[in-house]
Each structure stands twice: as C-alpha cells, then as structure tokens.
Design a protein. Structure first.
Length: 118
C-alpha cells in the first residue's frame, strides 16, 4: 500500500497497474494509464481522463471527481452526480449512448461528488 502526500507520482502507460492508495488532500490525475481493479482512500480531487483504461476503481473518503466528457462511466453507490447523468438500475451513467468502460464503486460513508469536465 502506497501512502503519499505532496508527491508528483507519474506512472507509465506500458504496464497494467493496480493502485491501492491512501492519500489526503491530493490531486490525482488518472489519464493515459491502464489499471486493474484499484482502490483510493483519503481526500482530494481526482481527474478521470479520456485515455484511462480501467475496469473498476473503489473510492473511500471525501473526493471531488472530474470526469472527461469522452470517458463513459457508471457510478455505483451514494454519490452526488450532475443532473444530466442517468440514474439506471446498475448505477449512475454519464453517457447513455455508450457502454461504460469504467465502474466506480463508492464505499459506504464516503462523500464523493462527480463533475463533468468543462
């Protein structure tokens, strides 16, 4: 398990990474990276970019998540999402015309707000 604060950690896109992070007051940019099932615990801001390749990310904590308009995701669990997202049986979908590429699971007790990239 990696615990960080104030680091600028850059991971290459030539490997499949599994992230288990505990990080507080951090800005995390997930773009141009391939992830296996990963978990992020803590607080801060997370950017999910259009070149993110991942199946599942679990979030536990207090996060503001900015989502690329080109990345189809489904959010499972209690979260604040933009009003234009669809509340479907499986979770909140940010795009209805596309199959979601990423599943974001919100752990109980977390406070997570999703925002569309502007």
């Amino acid at each position: 398990m990696l615990q960080v604060k104030g680091w600028d950690l850059k991971l290459g896109n030539n490997n499949l990474w599994k992230l288990d992070l505990i990080s507080f007051d951090s800005d995390i940019s997930l773009d141009n990276i391939s992830l296996s099932s990963s978990e992020i615990v803590g607080t801060g801001e997370i950017y999910l970019g259009s070149n993110l390749k991942a199946e599942e990310i679990k979030l536990n904590g207090n996060y503001k998540v900015i989502v690329s308009n080109e990345l189809p995701i489904v959010v499972i669990g209690d979260a604040v999402v933009p009003t234009n997202w669809i509340n479907a049986t499986i979770g909140y979908l940010n795009q209805i015309e596309s199959n979601y590429e990423l599943q974001v699971k919100i752990e109980n007790g977390s406070e997570v707000e999703f925002i569309n990239e502007s």
